[in-house]
Design a protein around this ligand. Structure first.
Ligand code: GLY
Length: 317
């Protein structure tokens, strides 16, 4: 059995390249890292990699992670500036015995020493969003925070190995140095080839409160189906935060077990995910909550066209 599942429609192009490779016997680690790198390289995705939205200081600080479910080795970077593919740096770190999570200047220096490319990651389009948001915040008193769509991709290969990778520019207008859940093992991602893997997207500050990805994998190990594990973790965390913290942000997850069965859960209106397995052709799903359960259906052609137009639409400054 092989399979691949990813958060958000933005993963479609990367997943459509990696799925046939998994079908042909490629390693899950290569499949997920290549698919995430494709999202990082695409300038119109404004929450990941090149073209990602900046901090309040106008700098793009990127977070990414990789975990190998066979060895439990992981590597992660936080606040990485101007390196082309943070996910590849994270994968390289997973091969080190120590220093698995590097942040800021140390992460950048290590990446450059290892031969990773220096690349200016702030685009003119991202700066247009930034200037617009600064003005709206001043004029209309709007909250500056927004835009935390992380790409998280889980792969299962024919050898039974699983891997997960994540990448994000984090919260738009975040403070310099802020890190969300995406490079934090157990929160933004977790993978154990003997059970399965999970990855999260949404408000990192809230996803971290539930150690969300680890908790999903733990429940799958305890016998839950991926869908039961995903729904129960998301909606229990939502209830807990509402009653004890008084508010809750966006929480969305995808997961897959070692048999290639998958699940997705969300507490927001529009969460999309992409999946392909040996049993299921490549599909983009639109997930919606129905009380404490998530339902999903394939998006239609009109939705895909509207999406393509939306991500390239001019920004009215
Ligand atoms: N989930 C991404 C972040 O909060 O940075």
């Amino acid at each position: 059995m092989w399979g691949i599942i990813a958060t958000w429609r933005m993963a479609l192009e990367g997943v459509s390249e990696s799925a046939p490779q998994l079908a042909a016997g490629s390693a899950a680690s290569t499949a997920v890292v290549d698919a995430v790198a494709a999202v990082e390289d695409f300038p119109f995705y404004k929450s990941v990699g090149y073209g990602g939205l900046p901090t309040e200081n106008g700098e793009v600080e990127l977070d990414a992670a990789f975990m190998d479910g066979d060895t439990l080795a992981f590597g992660a970077v936080g606040n990485l500036i101007d390196i082309a593919n943070p996910v590849r740096v994270a994968q390289a770190l997973s091969r080190q015995r120590y220093n698995s999570l590097l942040v800021g200047q140390g992460a950048r220096e290590w990446a450059l020493e290892q031969g990773f490319s220096d690349k200016a990651m702030l685009t003119e389009r991202a700066m247009q969003h930034y200037r617009k948001r600064c003005r709206e915040t001043l004029d209309k008193g709007l909250s500056p925070y927004d835009g935390h769509d992380t790409v998280g991709i889980i792969g299962l290969d024919k050898q039974g190995s699983m891997s997960v990778a994540t990448s994000t520019s984090g919260l738009f207008m975040k403070k310099r140095g802020r890190i969300g859940d995406s490079p934090i093992m157990g929160s933004g991602f977790y993978c154990d080839s003997e059970t399965g893997a999970a990855t999260a997207t949404g408000v990192g500050e809230d996803l971290m409160k539930g150690c969300t990805s680890y908790e999903i994998v733990r429940r799958m190990a305890g016998g839950m189906t991926p869908q039961q594990a995903a729904d129960s973790v998301v909606f229990e965390l939502e209830d807990k935060l509402m009653s004890r913290f008084g508010r809750v942000g966006d929480l969305s997850v995808v997961c897959m077990n070692r048999h290639g069965e998958f699940g997705a859960a969300t507490n927001i209106k529009t969460f999309t995910f992409v999946v392909a397995t040996e049993k299921q052709p490549l599909t983009v799903y639109l997930a919606e909550r129905h009380r404490e359960q998530t339902c999903y259906q394939p998006v239609d052609e009109a939705w895909m066209q509207a999406y393509a137009a939306r991500i390239r639409a001019p920004i009215e400054e």
